[in-house]
Each structure stands twice: as structure tokens, then as C-alpha cells.
Design a protein around this ligand. Structure first.
Ligand code: C2E
Ligand code: CA
Ligand code: CA
Ligand code: CA
Length: 279
């Protein structure tokens, strides 16, 4: 069930059975991790299909626990959302991402937009607008270089509040992307009423896009829909040149995935530019 020490810590068993002991252990370690700042951020690039240029980066959190090893974000973010630790973790992520934007700029790179994932709790139960404003001010980052990725689960919980918060963020100049699009209980009304800049096609529709006509039809419909609403369309989880080719034919704007690059440390930006220039 659980492999501890080196290697990966699997908190959820395949059977989906949760052990109370594992939960307590993970929870205790997560508290310590927040105190001791055991997290780091990696950055995964997005490529503009049309221009062939770097379109931006997505910040993805990593926890290398001295006691549990690498714990996957899926596992500890879920727990952090339940116990509220997502609030300090989420603030840390915002700060670090903006600090990185600043650092890259100081190193002489052209400005890079960085996307940060937000959880529902962070979005609806904290003063997110105030936090974002403060982070941008402290780090001296221009709002246009910060993008926030939200999911449909946020919208479902409180549509009116979501709309108000999104509006305030947009007025501030921050960008908003709807992540994992097509996976949740999406209502098309959200798309109409929310001020979104981008739609991210979920990896599950990209995975078999070369062989499944149904997936291709869905991706195509998402592109048309987003396009009609003035949004940018990003496909995530692109792993092969063939997938990339089809998405290009479907008129998708940007791609992200292992085909281009996995998430890398901030120090790798130069290499990422090089790789894009060479491809
Ligand atoms: P997500 O936001 O949908 O992020 C995409 C996930 O797919 C990442 O996993 C990324 O490493 C992975 N990925 C990227 N390209 C490919 C590909 O070509 N093939 C495959 N198979 N996978 C690919 P990761 O980093 O393990 O993150 C998992 C989830 O954890 C994220 O899904 C996001 O929901 C959450 N997460 C990660 N970082 C944060 C964070 O800072 N805050 C919050 N609230 N959630 C986060
Ligand atoms: Ca995301
Ligand atoms: Ca996603
Ligand atoms: Ca996804």
C-alpha cells in the first residue's frame, strides 16, 4: 500500500480505500511542509502554434517531503483543500510565481506570462482579489503577466460570487483561464457570463485525438465555441507531433504538454527558449 522513504508515497490506494493512519500521517507532514516551506514550483511552457513562440508558462507545485518522498500534487492538493492548508499554500504559490516573473525579467528575458492554478476554496473563501493585488504590488509585477487558472468546480459552488471576483480580477488586468474544460459539469452559461481569456481543452480529449473521431469533434467544437466568445484555446497534455498537427488543423491557439516540455525549474527558461527556437 504505502511506500515510504524513497520513492513515491501513494496516499490513495488503487482500491480508493483511505487509511486513517495514512491520512493522519500525510496531514501532519503537510502542516510541517507549510511551516518549513518544503514546496517548489516548476514551470511548464505553452507554445503558440501560429507564431511558434513561447506563449507563457504554467506554475505547477512540487512537494519533495524529506520523510515521504515525492507526493503528487493531486494527492496533497486534495487534502489541502479539505483541511484548509490550500490557503497558505496557494498564497505561497502566487508569491513565488510572481517573484519568478520578476527574476526572469531581471535576467533579461522578454516578459513571460505565468499561469497559477487556483483551488475553489482559495477562490471563494479568502479575499483573493486583495491577495492578488498585494502580491503584484510587492513583487512589482504588471498584472497582465499573471494568469489565473480556475476550474468549473469553482463556478458550481457559487456562480454570482465567482462572477464578481472574476470581474474584479479582470478590471485589475489579470488574465483568467478555464482549466480542464469539458470535464466538469460545465454549463455554457458560465462561458457567456464569465470574463475569460482562455479555455484549456482537457488532456482526456487530446490523448486519443489521432484515433478517436469523437475526441476530435469535441476538441473542434471547443475551439469554435471559445473562438466565437473571443477566447484563446489551449490544448493540454499534447505528447506527440501527430496530436499537435491535428490541433493545429483544428485552429487551436496554443499547446502544452510533454511533446514540448514537461514542467521544469525556473532556471531552465533559457533552455526552453533554445528548444523552441530549434524545433
Ligand atoms: P492541471 O492544472 O490540469 O495540470 C496539468 C497536469 O498534467 C500537471 O500535473 C502536468 O505535469 C501534467 N502534464 C502536463 N503535460 C502532460 C502531458 O503531456 N501528458 C501527461 N500525461 N501529463 C501532462 P501535476 O503537476 O502533477 O499537477 C496535477 C494537478 O494538481 C494540476 O492539474 C492541478 O489541478 C493541481 N495543481 C498543481 N499545482 C497546483 C498549484 O500550485 N495550486 C493548485 N491549487 N493546484 C495545483
Ligand atoms: Ca492547470
Ligand atoms: Ca489542466
Ligand atoms: Ca487536466
Amino acid at each position: 500500500s504505502k511506500e515510504m522513504g524513497r520513492g513515491n508515497f501513494h496516499f490513495y490506494q488503487r482500491s480508493l480505500e483511505r487509511h486513517a493512519y495514512d491520512l493522519l500521517l500525510l496531514e501532519r507532514e503537510l502542516h510541517l511542509a507549510v511551516e518549513r516551506q518544503e514546496f517548489i514550483l516548476l514551470y511548464q511552457p505553452k507554445l503558440s502554434i501560429k507564431t511558434g513562440h513561447l506563449a507563457g508558462m504554467e506554475a505547477l507545485i512540487r512537494w519533495n517531503s524529506p520523510r515521504l518522498g515525492q507526493v503528487s500534487p493531486q494527492e496533497f492538493i486534495t487534502l489541502a483543500e479539505e483541511n484548509g492548508l490550500i490557503v497558505p499554500i496557494g498564497e505561497w504559490v502566487l508569491y513565488r510565481a510572481c517573484e519568478q516573473i520578476q527574476r526572469w525579467q531581471q535576467e533579461g528575458f522578454p516578459p513571460v506570462t505565468v499561469a497559477v492554478n487556483l483551488s475553489a476554496r482559495q477562490f471563494l473563501q479568502t479575499n483573493l482579489v486583495q491577495t492578488v493585488r498585494q502580491v503584484l504590488e510587492t513583487t512589482q509585477v504588471s498584472p497582465e503577466y499573471l494568469e489565473l487558472e480556475i476550474t468549473e468546480t469553482i463556478a458550481i459552488q457559487n456562480v454570482e460570487l465567482t462572477q464578481v471576483i472574476l470581474q474584479e480580477l479582470r478590471e485589475m488586468g489579470v488574465k483568467i483561464a478555464l482549466d480542464d474544460f469539458g470535464m466538469g459539469y460545465s454549463s455554457l452559461a458560465y462561458l457567456k457570463n464569465f470574463p475569460l481569456n482562455a479555455l484549456k481543452i482537457d488532456r482526456s480529449f487530446v490523448q486519443d485525438i489521432t484515433t478517436q473521431l469523437s475526441d476530435r469533434a469535441i476538441a473542434s467544437a471547443i475551439v469554435t465555441l471559445g473562438r466565437g466568445l473571443g477566447m484563446k484555446i489551449v490544448a493540454e497534455g499534447v505528447e506527440t507531433a501527430e496530436q499537435m498537427q491535428i490541433l493545429s488543423e483544428l485552429d487551436c491557439d496554443e499547446i502544452q504538454g510533454y511533446w514540448l516540455s514537461p514542467a521544469r525549474p525556473g532556471e531552465a527558461l533559457g533552455e526552453i527558449y533554445q528548444r523552441i527556437a530549434d524545433s
